[in-house]
Ligand binder design. Structure first.
Ligand SMILES: [Zn+2]
Length: 298
């Protein structure tokens, strides 16, 4: 398959196949009287959200037909507004204008690089905000809604290259739609547990997608597999944007020395530090030519 065919270009495409998937699921459920694991898995759509890139992330992903990209993005938007409004009320939203500008400038170089993995993502309605907090955290919601916490930058005294490493990693999660993949798994597990065939009957899922998104995004750590993919795509995004991809390694070393294994999403579940560092070493070396090219152009 060509990368352009694998990329879900917009919600409309996803919705159409989602309806077909739901109808197939309902028919199957009616015939069987209950959802079996096989039926549920058969109802999942195989997609590849991104092109492989120089780092070669080629895994085919499985998404529930009950959660379209457009729907999840809508929920992410609502959650993002809630977070921002809470932080604004506390006076913690973009309190340091210079730091906000710095993070926005770095992200502004990473976004065009995202086109190498997912062309239409360069036209997402990206947003970058900096939250004043001791927390060492950063995330990117579906559709490109980014938050970086000041604790991460100030406690670890991050360089621009290191900020690019962390933001690139978070952007990679969004490009790969890892949140939708995890929500799909969650939903599958819920349906199986509750035997909620009736809720899905006729294709009218009456689930709380907002709650599902929030729980998945903030409550569940990323899997080891998702972390590795985000690491690899992240170093390529940084390199293409003209940031030293090797900074990912100094970033992780700093985080391990300062943060232990608690808190930030990128430390909560991941390959062992040694595995992660050796993987980053291999992949940052692989994208060095892209970094050199980008630097020559600047
Ligand atoms: Zn991560």
């Amino acid at each position: 398959m060509k990368p352009s065919n694998r990329v879900l270009k917009d919600g409309r495409v996803a919705d159409r196949s989602a309806r077909a998937g739901r109808a197939a699921l309902a028919a199957r459920a009616a015939a069987a009287g209950a959802l079996s694991v096989a039926a549920l898995l058969a109802g999942c759509q195989s997609v590849q959200t991104t092109a492989g890139g120089a780092v070669g992330v080629e895994r085919t992903q499985r998404m529930s037909p009950l959660i379209s990209e457009a729907q999840l993005r809508e929920q992410a938007e609502l959650s993002y507004r809630e977070v921002l409004s809470k932080e604004r009320q506390q006076g913690d939203l973009n309190a340091d204008a210079a730091l906000t500008n710095r993070v926005r400038a770095i992200t502004g170089r990473l976004i065009p690089a995202a086109g190498a993995f997912r062309p239409e993502a360069t036209r997402w309605n990206w947003e970058v905000n900096v939250i004043r907090s001791d927390e060492m955290n950063a995330w990117c919601m579906p559709g490109g809604k980014i938050a970086v916490y000041t604790g991460l930058i100030t406690k670890l005294n991050l360089s621009d290259d290191e900020i690019a490493a962390i933001v690139g990693h978070e952007i990679a999660h969004a490009l790969r739609e890892h949140a939708r993949e995890r929500a799909s798994e969650q939903l599958g597990a819920q349906v199986l547990l509750s035997g909620a065939v009736m809720a899905i009957g006729g294709g009218q899922a009456s689930m709380d997608l907002g709650g599902l998104f929030y729980k998945t995004f903030f409550g569940l750590p990323n899997s080891r597999l998702h972390e590795t993919e985000a690491d690899r795509i992240g170093v390529e995004l940084a390199a293409r944007a003209g940031y030293d991809p090797r900074a990912a390694m100094s970033l992780w070393r700093k985080m391990m020395a300062n943060g232990g294994s608690r808190g930030p999403e990128f430390l909560s579940t991941h390959p062992s530090p040694e595995t992660r560092l050796s993987d980053l070493e291999v992949y940052s070396a692989r994208v060095m030519p892209l970094y050199e090219q980008a630097r020559a152009r600047r």
